[in-house]
Design a binder for this molecule. Structure first.
Ligand SMILES: Cc1cc2nc3c(=O)[nH]c(=O)nc-3n(C[C@H](O)[C@H](O)[C@H](O)COP(=O)(O)O)c2cc1C
Length: 313
């Protein structure tokens, strides 16, 4: 296939965007941008692509956070428009946090009444009283108000080692969940007993924080001898991802990874919540080291509703 024809400013933009990507990724990215661009040109019946159309193709290929980084770099007014001007602490703190609920339609039918259900919540943030803790507590209030039982598991207080890939959990007849003895030993049966699980985590360096990655790796043992999936279908999940960038879909791809892993274990994520803009003064906290989320009760209320509908909807 020949490369699509670009206008002069389209070609300049392509060169400039490719220069933003590490060299080792450039060839592959270029192929993908141009492939999508060809499809868009075909759709629009044009034979020369302007920079606006190229940009549309690029944003369809890259994770959403790229759009934010791109605008911050290329639009001289962007910092002021999409992130507060850092003139004073108040400007910093008044940037609204943004909460997006993405529900699954239709969600599977609930087999039990809320008062017969048990929900565990896994808080992966290393920060006591941080945004994730605030949001998880809010979701748990929603669950408890609907009548279900709740338990919060705070990973930062636990001793949980890495999965060491020993694969003992895959041996025929191995009757423990995991060969490692640590706080996960008590958590596995809680997951088995639960009707639903809530997971809340901060994005660190463009991915889930290490505490959640370690926890998710350890769920490896729910895949048994000859790849049999140990958990029966029927468990629900609510996944909450939080980050600083004030773009509500910036890291939806990270949330999707968690949803896909849960799906491998037959745990159905019926709702996910993306929370962007948790920047504050020190990565999510205000000048008193309190979670930024506490300043926006209207947005936080959406998480309460999501908790409620996890066991009712
Ligand atoms: C080490 C570290 C890395 C972070 N990396 C990112 C990042 O890559 N992108 C982003 O938007 N926010 C990032 N953040 C901001 C947090 O995701 C955000 O403030 C989150 O809400 C903190 O949650 P917590 O208050 O529960 O700890 C980072 C924060 C820390 C402490």
């Amino acid at each position: 296939m020949t490369d699509p024809l670009l206008t002069k400013d389209g070609q300049e933009l392509l060169d400039s965007i490719l220069s933003m990507r590490p060299a080792v990724m450039r060839e592959d990215r270029k192929k993908r941008y141009l492939r999508i661009l060809s499809l868009l040109m075909n759709e629009q019946g044009c034979n020369e692509a302007r920079k606006e159309l190229l940009l549309e193709a690029v944003f369809m290929v890259e994770p959403k956070v790229f759009e934010f980084s791109y605008k911050m770099r290329h639009d001289p007014d962007a910092r002021e428009k999409i992130w507060p001007k850092y003139v004073d602490v108040e400007a910093y703190l008044s940037t609204p946090i943004l909460v997006k609920r993405w529900k699954s339609f239709p969600a599977s039918k609930l087999a039990k009444r809320p008062d017969q259900m048990k929900v565990i919540a896994v808080c992966a943030s290393p920060r006591k009283g941080g945004n994730n803790e605030v949001l998880i507590d809010e979701a748990l209030h929603g669950v408890a108000d609907a009548g279900a039982g709740v338990e919060k598991i705070t990973l930062r207080r636990m001793k949980i080692g890495f999965c060491i890939g020993c694969m003992k959990c895959k041996d025929e007849g191995f009757d423990l969940w995991c060969a490692r003895k640590d706080d996960m030993t008590d958590i596995f049966p809680k997951i088995v007993d639960a009707d639903a699980i809530i997971i809340g985590f901060p994005v660190y360096w463009g991915r889930e924080c290490g505490q959640l990655a370690t926890f998710m790796d350890r769920l490896n043992c729910f895949e048994r001898f000859k790849f049999r999936v140990a958990l029966e279908p029927g468990r629900r999940a609510l996944v909450i991802g939080t980050w600083g960038v004030p773009k509500v879909d910036a890291y939806d791809h990270v949330i999707e990874n968690i949803i896909l892993t849960l799906n491998e274990h037959q745990i159905e994520t019926v709702e996910a919540i993306s929370v962007g803009g948790l920047e504050g003064v020190y990565y999510g906290v205000d000048d008193n080291k309190k979670a930024i989320a506490l300043r926006f009760p209207g947005e936080v209320e959406k998480v309460y509703q999501a908790g409620r509908s996890l066991v009712t909807g």
